[in-house]
Design a protein around this ligand. Structure first.
Ligand SMILES: Cc1cc2nc3c(=O)[nH]c(=O)nc-3n(C[C@H](O)[C@H](O)[C@H](O)COP(=O)(O)OP(=O)(O)OC[C@H]3O[C@@H](n4cnc5c(N)ncnc54)[C@H](O)[C@@H]3O)c2cc1C
Length: 514
C-alpha cells in the first residue's frame, strides 16, 4: 500500500512550477471542497470556491444554528485512522482549546428501557426480563437448529445469528426506519457488511470483557471494530466550526469562497472543461479555470454538462438514488435530560429514528446551560409524507413522540425548528456501481481537467475523513502528482489497486431484493 504524504510534508520547493499558472474552480464548500481549496491555497494556487448555499459552509457536516443553539445534521464524530487527515483537522483548528475529547455514550431505547450500544448480552437479557429472555434464547436455539435457507434477506441473516426475538427487538425497527423498507426486502449482503464482526457470541465476549473492567476494544482480524470506539474528538462549536475556519483561512490568503452561487452549467470543448456558469441573486456569472473539482451529486453534475453527455451516460446518472433526512430541533427548558450523546429509538410506535442531545457533545452548543437542545432525526425520501409535512406539524410530531417515549415532557418544550437535508445518503442499489462507472468513464475520457471528489461527488457513503482524503489526493494531482482518489478506502486509507471483492466505500446502504 502506498500511503498518502502528510500535509505537513509539503514544501513550496516540491511544487510543480506550472502551478503558478493554474487556476482551480472548486464546486461546493463542504468538507471535500474546502479541504481541496485549503490544500491548493497553502501551495499558492489560486482557487474559486462556488457554493450554492447563501450562508452556511460545511455541506452535510455544517453546524446549523437557531437563536444561539448550534446543532449538527446528524451528530458528527471526528474519528479517523488516517494520520494525514488528522493533521489537516489540527492545522485548520489549530488552537488547543478548539477541541474537546468527548466520551461516547449512545444507547438503544426500547420498551421504556435503555440498553447499552453496542449491546451487552447480559445486560440486554437482564433488562428484557425472564420471560422475554427465555423466549430470546429459545428462538436463538431454533435459529441454530433450523436456520433459514437460503439466506437472502437482512432478516434471514440476522435471525440466523441472533434468533427472531432478538432480531425483532434490536434490529428490525431501526433498520426499517432508516431505509424505509421492510428488512425482509433488504439484501443479506448489507447485513454481512454492516454487522460484520458482531454475533451473539461476539456480544457475549464483549460483555464478559466489559464486566471485568477491560477496555471495550474488540478486535477482529487486528482491526478495532468501529462501533466500539469509546471517545472521539469534536470541535467545541460543532463540525461547522472546522469548515467556517477553513473558509476564513482560504479567504485570508486571497482565494474567494463565494456563497449563494449555484453551479448551473459546466461547459466543455470535448476535451476539457472550459468554464462553469453560476446562478446568483444578481443573475448569472461565469468562471474559467485550468482545473475543476466537483463535489456535486453525480446525478446533478451530469445533467448540467454542456454539450450534454451521450444519452446512456445521462440515463446512468439519472438512475442514481438518494435517501434524505430531516432534524426537528426542540429546545427543552431542562438542564439535564439524559447523559447520552445520542439514542437509537427502537420503539416501533414512533417515526423517530434517533435523538441527539447536543449539549452532551459540547456544552458550547447551547447558549444557556440551564436548557437543552434535542435533535430528533427522521429518515425520509423527498416527497414522502414526512418530508412534505409543514414545519409546525413536524415540531408538533416531535414534541408528541418525545413525550410518548418519555425522554422529555411536552410542557418543557419552549421552542424549536426544523432542518431538511436533501441527498444525505447516496443509495447503493443493484446498479449503482455500474451507473457511477458509466458516468465517470465518460468524464475521464472526455473532460481531462475535471475530478470528482467527496461523498455525493463520488456516490460513496463516506464519513468526512474519506471525503477529505479524496479531495487531498485530487489537489495533489493538480500540484503535479498522480493519485487515484477512487482508490481511497472506507478508513480513508489509499490503496494502489481497488480490490474487486472489497467495496471501498464500506459503509454500505442496503439493496432491495429483486
Ligand atoms: C446523518 C449523517 C451523519 C453523519 N455523521 C458523520 C460522523 O459522525 N462523522 C463523519 O466524519 N462524517 C459523518 N457524516 C458524513 C459527512 O457529513 C460527509 O462525509 C461530508 O459532509 C461529505 O462532504 P462533501 O464535501 O463530499 O459533501 P457535502 O457535505 O454534501 O457538501 C457538498 C457541498 O456542495 C454544495 N453544492 C451542491 N450542489 C451545488 C451546486 N450546483 N453548486 C454549488 N454548490 C453545490 C452543497 O450545498 C454542499 O455545501 C454523516 C452524514 C450524515 C448524513
Amino acid at each position: 500500500m502506498t500511503s498518502a504524504p502528510t500535509a505537513s510534508q509539503e514544501t513550496p520547493e516540491e511544487r510543480d512550477p506550472n502551478t503558478d499558472d493554474r487556476h482551480v474552480v472548486v464546486m461546493g464548500a463542504g468538507p471535500a471542497g474546502l479541504t481541496a481549496a485549503w490544500q491548493l491555497t497553502r501551495n499558492d494556487v489560486t482557487v474559486d470556491v462556488l457554493e450554492a448555499d447563501p450562508e452556511i459552509v460545511g455541506g452535510i457536516a455544517r453546524t446549523a444554528s437557531y437563536k444561539g443553539f448550534r446543532f449538527d445534521i446528524g451528530g458528527h464524530r471526528f474519528f479517523t485512522k488516517a494520520d494525514e487527515v488528522r493533521v489537516v483537522w489540527h492545522e485548520i483548528l489549530d488552537r488547543d482549546d478548539d477541541w474537546l475529547t468527548v466520551p461516547r455514550l449512545s444507547r438503544i431505547f426500547y420498551n421504556g428501557k435503555f440498553f447499552q450500544y453496542p449491546l451487552r448480552a447480559f445486560e440486554a437479557l437482564r433488562k428484557l426480563g425472564i420471560i422475554t429472555s427465555a423466549l430470546c434464547l429459545l428462538s436463538y436455539a431454533k435459529a441454530k437448529v433450523l436456520p433459514r435457507k437460503p439466506e437472502r434477506s437482512f432478516e434471514d441473516w440476522v435471525v440466523n445469528r441472533f434468533g427472531y426475538r432478538l432480531y425483532s427487538i434490536f434490529f428490525k425497527t431501526y433498520t426499517e426506519k432508516v431505509w424505509g423498507m421492510p428488512c425482509s426486502e433488504i439484501s443479506a449482503d448489507w447485513a454481512a457488511q454492516r454487522i460484520k464482526g458482531l454475533s451473539l457470541l461476539e456480544a457475549v465476549k464483549n460483555a464478559v470483557q466489559a464486566s471485568r473492567g477491560g477496555p471495550q476494544k474488540a478486535k477482529k482480524d487486528g482491526e478495532v471494530i468501529k462501533t466500539l470506539i469509546e471517545e472521539f474528538e469534536y470541535p467545541k462549536y460543532g463540525p461547522g466550526m472546522m469548515w467556517e475556519r477553513a473558509t476564513e483561512k482560504v479567504r485570508a490568503r486571497g482565494n474567494p469562497v463565494r456563497m449563494g452561487e449555484r453551479v448551473v452549467t459546466v461547459r466543455h470543448d470535448g476535451e476539457r472543461v472550459t468554464e462553469v456558469v453560476v446562478d446568483t441573486n444578481d443573475g448569472q456569472r461565469t468562471y474559467g479555470g485550468t482545473d475543476f473539482l466537483s463535489t456535486l451529486p453525480i446525478r446533478e453534475l451530469a445533467n448540467i454538462i454542456e454539450p450534454a453527455p451521450p444519452q446512456e451516460v445521462l440515463e446512468a446518472a439519472n438512475a442514481l438514488r438518494y435517501r434524505d433526512f430531516l432534524t426537528v430541533v426542540l429546545v427543552v427548558d431542562r438542564a439535564e435530560l439524559f447523559p447520552d450523546n445520542w439514542i437509537y429509538i427502537h420503539d416501533p410506535t414512533v417515526h423517530l429514528g434517533r435523538v441527539q442531545n447536543f449539549k452532551n457533545w459540547s456544552p458550547f452548543m447551547v447558549p444557556d446551560t440551564s436548557q437543552s437542545a434535542l435533535g430528533l432525526e427522521y429518515f425520509c425520501t423527498e416527497g414522502d409524507t414526512l418530508w412534505d409535512m409543514g414545519d409546525e406539524d413536524l415540531r408538533a410530531l416531535g414534541a408528541r413522540e418525545i413525550e410518548q417515549i418519555g425522554l422529555a415532557r411536552a410542557e418543557d418544550i419552549i421552542d424549536g425548528t426544523t432542518v431538511r437535508m436533501r441527498k444525505a445518503y447516496p443509495v447503493y442499489d443493484d446498479d449503482y456501481k455500474e451507473n457511477v462507472a458509466t458516468v465517470w468513464n465518460w468524464i475521464s475520457d472526455n473532460l481531462s481537467n475535471l475530478q470528482l471528489v467527496g461523498r455525493n461527488g463520488m456516490h460513496k457513503y463516506n464519513n468526512q475523513d474519506h471525503s477529505m482524503m479524496t479531495a487531498m489526493l485530487a489537489a495533489r494531482n493538480i500540484l503535479g502528482e498522480s493519485w487515484d482518489p477512487w482508490n481511497v478506502n472506507t478508513d480513508a486509507e489509499y490503496h494502489e489497486e481497488e480490490r474487486e471483492d472489497h467495496d471501498t466505500a464500506g459503509r454500505m446502504i442496503p439493496q432491495r431484493l429483486t
